[in-house]
Design a protein around this ligand. Structure first.
Ligand SMILES: *[C@@H]1O[C@H](CO)[C@@H](O)[C@H](O)[C@H]1NC(C)=O
Ligand SMILES: *[C@@H]1O[C@H](CO)[C@@H](O)[C@H](O)[C@H]1NC(C)=O
Ligand SMILES: *[C@@H]1O[C@H](CO)[C@@H](O)[C@H](O)[C@H]1NC(C)=O
Length: 847
């Protein structure tokens, strides 16, 4: 109220004017603003009513009020009417336009009654007020602009200009305020929608409505208005992304979640409740592999994924809300199936050359091989290997293609085929492997010559075989196969005794059997060679040679032949003479026989088969000497006849007989001179002379030989120092080895140490194979001819022949072994001779 004091001063200023008006009206009226302080002067009633102030007290001035309550007092000392209590116009008069308080003044002595009216004037002491401080207005989202929404009017107890004059709305996008003037003068505010609402953008709008009065100063009141926008299904579900991508391993277990799609709907309630589905027209394959959880949008693997079939699955997902009508949104899903090493690499032989010639050069392509693995990346990267111990290797060409080439020498004869094991491994972790075995067969080439089972064969063949019989079979083998191993045999041409070998034998070219073409005679041919060849049918063909040594074995096909007494004198009868004076042991004659065979077949023995007087004669078993058993007596017949059987030791045994006639003579004292010479025709007188010559010539030859030996020995010693050459002299006349003048031939056994000497009669040379003589210079027997040794010849024969050739007076071979012969110098000589012989007989093929 203090603030209103200036107003009161102004009022008091124009107060006399009111008083004047009251006096005239005979009724006194005062106007005061409400809410004056107690004590404030309303007017001087004493003066206005024409009273004397000094009398007032005495006259007992009082105020009476119809309302009962006294708002005023009279200051009796000054005669002024003053405010006694607070006066609120709105309390006293409400909304009435004028507010009058009637007062009555009572004065005694004389009693007088005065009416006074006090008009209470309004002051703006009230603000506009809204009954509802917070108002909520609900507006549907889809309401069109221009729609109006009435609001509550504000109240202000002040009247007139001090009451509500206008409304204000805070600044906002969507609404404006419109004030409607009612008929009763009230102003009511209205909200007008100016711009469409979007709940999703702003579901609640907070507005402030202000009411303003017209007082001075202006007073105002506010109300909060909350506009709630009601939802409409005006939003489709919206996916967070247009395309969802996920990688999922192909071995994922069914039931696993691949990914989760998510859509949002800005609407609320059912309008914003979303369910997820596969889009229409989704392929059955997708439906069989995946499931979608409609409430969560989780995509789950249902079937078995296989990257090799389908590496990428693409499908659409729809999200629907539950509004009415429903709205939907879409997105795409791409599920990439990532690789697992679940495929074993495969080896594919695209081409194979088999069989392969075994002489293929290094690097020959055998096969083209490729590797396949449907897995991707490292899991599908295949490396092929071939076992290092096989003569093959793999050459990589373009990706995953290889050629199998030879990497070493092939030999069909060692390995006719190869099982080439090829291994494939991919580069996955862990790697998967597989194997494949390729059979590579080798084709034969003619790289092996036929090989005989032996380089040389020794065949022992009995003489007198049947012509056309199989003599021997050679066989050769060839490691190659087919035609390359098909062998044909043939005999290479060579000479046997100047005759082509093919006239002796022929050969079955197919199986190597050698047939004789005629029978062989040991006595003519003791050994020969057949050169055979085995040749395969390859191209070019290969061959090899072998030698077949055919040794003809002696058969006992020759009967002993009697040399002395000469069988030339037919009838096998020969006359021998002997003196009757002969004592026991007298050598009557010596029967000599030879056998063309050799060995046992030529081992001759003598036996007395028949005799006129068996008591008189005996025959030496091996020498054939016929001697008297006892002294001849007078009674003995002068003509004795002996039949001697001569047998060899062969199988079957061959024999011959000879008949010897012996004439016992009375006067004859001469020894059997005829025996000195095998030519029995010589007269007995000459025999002594010849013996003498023989002795003389032997002696002279011996002396000469000794001289020659000494000379040559000296010469040899010199030569041997310089050249070491053989001192052996070769006979100039090598062909004429048969010396008709010398009938001594020495046969040596060269198999080992000298065992015996075989001395043969000269006429037997024709049947023996002879060798060139090689005489030691120290030898006195310079005319000796060496004869090929016979292993089976027995010394007895030597003795017998020697005996037959030489008279007993010259050579006395009593012993049958050389070492027992009393011929020491000769033994030494023979040993040396043998050594020479060995050296010189090497090139015997010359003959
Ligand atoms: C799927 O894998 C590919 C290739 O490995 C890669 O580029 C891509 O980023 C991956 N995607 C997801 C969603 O992991
Ligand atoms: C070779 O063939 C001939 C004739 O067919 C036959 O008589 C002979 O026994 C065969 N030789 C061999 C060693 O088989
Ligand atoms: C076999 O002997 C023939 C005739 O002598 C000769 O031409 C050939 O070279 C010999 N073959 C072999 C393999 O020695």
């Amino acid at each position: 109220m203090r603030t209103k004091l200036p107003t009161w001063r102004t009022l008091s200023w124009w107060h006399p004017f009111f008083l004047l008006w009251s006096t005239i009206d005979a009724q006194t009226r005062y106007s005061i603003p409400e809410e004056l302080k107690p004590g404030a002067v309303v007017g001087n009633i004493a003066k206005d009513l024409g009273l004397v102030v000094s009398e007032l007290y005495r006259r007992d001035l009082r105020i009476t009020s119809e309302a009962g309550k006294q708002f005023f007092n009279v200051d009796l000392g000054k005669g002024e009417l003053v405010v006694a209590d607070r006066i609120d116009r709105e309390d006293l008069c409400g909304q009435r336009a004028s507010c009058l308080l009637p007062l009555e003044l009572v004065i005694n002595n004389p009693l007088q009654l005065h009416r006074i009216e006090i008009e209470i004037l309004d002051t703006n002491d009230n603000s506009p007020v809204f009954t509802t401080k917070e108002k909520v207005v609900k507006i549907a989202e889809l309401v069109n602009p221009g729609a109006r929404f009435p609001l509550e009017a504000a109240q202000d107890p002040d009247v007139g200009i001090n009451s509500v004059r206008s409304y204000l709305l805070n600044k906002n996008e969507h609404f404006k305020l419109s004030v409607k003037n009612q008929k009763d003068g009230r102003k009511t505010p209205e909200l007008v929608l100016e711009k469409p609402l979007d709940r999703e953008r702003l579901p609640v709008h907070n507005l402030i409505l202000t009411a303003v009065d017209g007082g001075d100063p202006v007073r105002s009141g506010t109300s909060d208005i909350t506009v709630i926008v009601l939802d409409n299904n005006d939003n489709a579900p919206q996916f967070e992304r247009n395309v969802y991508e996920a990688n999922v391993s192909e071995n994922v277990t069914p039931g696993s979640e691949v990914l989760r799609v998510k859509a949002t709907d800005q609407d609320e309630g059912l309008n914003g409740e979303i369910e997820y589905f596969f889009a229409e027209l989704t392929a059955d394959l997708i439906m069989s592999l995946f499931d979608i959880e409609s409430s969560t949008g989780s995509i789950i693997v249902k079937g078995v994924l296989d990257r090799e079939n389908n590496a990428l699955h693409r499908f659409d997902v729809t999200a629907k809300d539950k509004g009415n009508p429903e709205m939907d949104g879409h997105c795409s899903v791409e599920v990439r199936v990532t690789d697992i090493n679940d495929n074993i690499p495969e080896i594919i032989v695209t081409s194979l050359t088999s069989p392969v010639p075994e002489d293929s050069v290094l690097g020959t392509v055998i096969a083209l091989i490729s590797a396949k693995d449907p897995d991707s990346g490292e899991n599908g990267k295949v490396t092929l290997t071939v076992s290092s111990d096989s003569p093959f290797k793999l050459n990589p060409s373009v990706s995953n293609h290889y050629s199998l080439v030879t990497n070493g020498k092939l030999d069909r004869e060692t390995y006719s085929h190869y099982n080439v094991k090829i291994s494939a491994a991919d580069s996955g972790k862990p790697a998967l492997r597989s194997d494949k075995t390729i059979l590579v067969e080798l084709l034969d080439t003619n790289d092996n010559a036929p090989v005989f089972s032996q380089n040389s064969y020794n065949v022992y063949l009995k003489e007198n075989g049947v012509p056309g019989s199989i003599l021997f079979s050679v066989s050769a083998s060839d490691l190659d196969s087919g035609e390359n191993a098909k062998i044909s045999y043939s005999i290479l041409d060579s000479k046997v005794h100047d005759v082509s070998v093919s006239s002796y034998v022929y050969m079955n070219s197919e199986n190597g059997s050698i047939y004789s073409m005629h029978s062989f005679d040991y006595e003519k041919l003791k050994v020969f060679e057949i050169h055979v060849q085995a040749k395969d049918q390859g191209s070019p063909s290969l061959s090899s040679n072998a030698t077949v040594h055919v040794f003809i074995l002696d058969q006992n096909d020759n009967a002993p032949a009697v040399i002395y007494p000469s069988s030339a004198a037919l009838g096998s009868l020969s006359h021998q003479r002997m003196p009757r004076s002969a004592k026991a042991g007298h050598l009557v004659t010596k029967v000599t026989a030879v056998d063309a065979d050799s060995g046992h077949n030529a081992w001759i023995s003598y036996r007395l088969a028949e005799a006129t007087d068996a008591s008189l004669f005996t025959v030496s078993l091996y020498t054939g000497e016929v001697r008297t058993k006892r002294a001849v007596s007078e009674q003995d017949d002068s003509s004795q006849r002996l039949i001697l059987e001569i047998k060899d030791d062969g199988e079957p045994l061959q024999s011959a007989t000879v008949t010897v006639s012996i004439l016992l003579e009375d006067a004859l004292h001469e020894p059997i001179s005829e025996l000195r010479h095998h030519k029995a025709s010589e007269p007995s007188k000459k025999t002594g002379r010849i013996t003498l010559y023989l002795i003389l010539s032997l002696a002279s030859v011996s002396v000469l030989s000794l001289l020659t030996f000494v000379i040559l020995a000296v010469k040899c010693m010199r030569n041997s120092r310089s050249s070491g050459s053989c001192c052996c002299m070769r006979r100039s006349d090598s062909d004429d080895y048969k010396n008709p003048n010398r009938n001594l031939q020495i046969q040596l056994n060269t198999d080992g140490p000298i065992k015996y000497v075989e001395v043969l009669g000269g006429d037997m040379m024709s049947q023996s194979q002879s060798f060139r003589s090689c005489m030691s210079p120290m030898s006195e027997y310079s005319d000796f001819t060496l004869i090929k040794p016979s292993s089976t010849t027995d010394f007895k024969e030597v003795i017998s022949v020697l005996d037959a050739s030489l008279p007993d007076s010259t050579w006395t071979f009593e012993s049958q072994q050389v070492k027992e012969l009393q011929l020491c110098p000769e033994t030494v000589f023979l040993a040396k001779l043998r050594a020479r012989y060995e050296r010189c007989s090497r090139p015997r093929e010359d003959l």
